[in-house]
Structures are given as structure tokens and as C-alpha cells.
Design a protein around this ligand. Sequence first.
Ligand code: ATP
Length: 366
Amino acid sequence: MSVPNEAGAFLRIEAVTKDFGDFRAVNEVSLDVARGEIFALLGSSGCGKSTLLRMLAGFELPSSGRVVLDGNDLAGLPPYKRPVNMMFQSYALFPHLTVWDNIAFGLRRDKLPKAEIAARVDEMLRLVQLTTFAKRKPHQLSGGQQQRVALARSLAKRPKLLLLDEPLGALDKKLREATQIELVNIIRQVGVTCVMVTHDQEEAMTMASRIAVMSEGRFLQVGAPADVYETPATRFVADFIGNVNLMEGSVVADEADHVDIQCADVLHRVGHGITGYEGQTVTVAVRPEKIHLSPSEPEGTHNKVRGTVEASSYFGLYTVYHLRLASGGVLKVNVENETRHRDGLPEQGDAVWAHWLPTSQVVLTQ
Ligand code: ATP
């Protein structure tokens, strides 16, 4: 069935719900994905992201709602009739077939003419830069190369929608990072619209133009990675993406140009209004990399706190300090390791001041 499509939405997910018995795995999720976009569903185990992906592929049917791709309602279309291809974490390459035959597999099954199959397989091999590996079997390739064969095989049928389920889950960290960029380059080159599922936030942020943070079957926030990181909508999202210090307090002044929030250890001042919350409990979120340390007390009365270094962990790029505050709470502070020498850096037991800019904190009301 053809459905009128609003500009910009190549894939439209409309109020899709999936119930397994009386358990609701996906709860009225709606989303528009633009043509050529790489979109990531991000959430912890059991949040419903794979179920949503499987509904796009046609492996599961929505209990209600619908999925429209390029103007066509996918309801009633079995997986093999959808212009959709899913690449799984385990690659699922056929071990006894060569790279060339693995890529050709789906095209042969669709009974494409031989010359067309050869042209497409060669094009895919060039795309993933594995032309010289065409005759090898999967076990003669590295993990990253196998991943590229799996991608080539998924793209060979020229799907309108590419689905990636934890695409790099089988690779080690260093290879994952390199492969993430490779996959994005290939997907962009082809221009295919892509929805991926991952529980790895760095992977989602590196690969996707937008991400949806999911919990208990719902989307908590949808946005560009930087927007979700810098302007989380809720405490859950702030805490789920990256590291954060969350401080609960109440709004003690709500003026035209600022709001003051008193937390256990800190009097926060923010420049923008959360008007209407005077006297109410809110949470102030500050990312550890936005906090600075100094041995002496900074000027001003806001956005600073004194603490004692309780622990520090060296991560190469930066060091994370845990400061014990007067209330008993802990403040995490990241300090970039700009030099190779550790002279002058705080040590365990030192009393230091932590401070940050008014614009470095986000006030969360839910
Ligand atoms: P993971 O990262 O662990 O794969 P996920 O976010 O992808 O998690 P889903 O696989 O979508 O989660 O599952 C969401 C919820 O639905 C889980 O609680 C799961 O147990 C449940 N669920 C999934 N498939 C079925 C099924 N066929 N029957 C019953 N419950 C199911």
C-alpha cells in the first residue's frame, strides 16, 4: 500500500508497540529517519531496541502502529520481500564459501542474471576494499575484514534500509574503533539509510548522525550525539550517556537573569531560567571534564566546592579525581594530562577547590 510521505521522512515509525503476552517490550515508539541518515538505537539490555529493529526487518510484527518506508507501509510484507537487509553481530558468513561467493549468495538466490551478479559483487568488493581477497574463505580473514564482507553482502542487494544489530560486538576495542569509521564511510558512500542497535554509547556517538536513548520500551530522548550529551533531557539520560555528577537541590532564587540552586555542598548559579520551579527540588548535572581544580579558593560565591582527593585513576588522556565533599558525597573531576610530568598535580589527601562555569551545568527537572 502506498502512503503519502511527508518531506524528510524516508523511514517513518508510527506509534509502534510490541507486546509479548502481557509484557510490553516496545511502547508507542514514533520516529522519522531521513534518507541517507545513520540512526542509532541505544539502550541497556532488555530496553527493547532489538525488538524494534526486528520489527523493521519483519522478523516480528507490531502489536499496533505501523512502519512506512519510502512511502510504502511494510505491514504484511515478510522479511524476504522487504527492501531491508539486516547485518548481525556474528557476521553469519558461510565458512565453506569464498568471499566472492558469500557476497553473491543473496543475488544468486534472487536469480539475478550472472553478469549482473558479477558486476555487483565486484563493485561491492571495491567498495569494501577487498578485491584482492575475493578467493579467500572467511577463516583466512581478520575480524575487521570479515565484518566488511558481511557489510558487502548486506549491501549487494541494494536495500533501501540497512539494519545493523550490534555490528561490531565481536571485535576488540582498537579494531572496533577503526572499523566504526570504515563502516560509516562505506555506508555514506552508498547513501543507504541505516538504523543500528548498540548498547555501546561510544559506538552510537561515533557512527550515528542521531541517536535515540531507549529505556523500558520507550524513547527517552532523540537527538544528535552532542545534543544528547550536552543537553540531556532527564537524569536517566544524563547518567546513561557518559559520566556525570548529579546533585540534588532546591531552587532558592528565580530571577530574570539567573536561577540559584542550593545543593548539599554547592550553591549553583545558572544563567538560564527554569522558571516556575522556585522552592522545588531539581537536579544539577555537571560533567567531570567541565570541572577545574585549583589549590586555592576561586573568586565568587557560586559553582565551586572544596573537597579532599580520595582517589585518582590515570587513563592516559586524562586523570579522574574523586573528591570527597563535606556532605559525604563524591565529585568526579577529569583533568587532562597535558604534560608528561605530574608535578603540581593534586595527590591523595590534598584539599582542593573544584569550580566550573555557570554554562557548564544542566538543570534537570525530571
Ligand atoms: P539486548 O541488548 O540484551 O539484546 P534489547 O534492548 O535488544 O536487549 P530486546 O531483545 O528487544 O532487548 O527485548 C526487550 C524485552 O522483551 C526483554 O525483556 C525480552 O526479554 C523481551 N522479549 C524479547 N523477545 C521476546 C519474546 N519472543 N517473547 C517474550 N519476551 C521477549
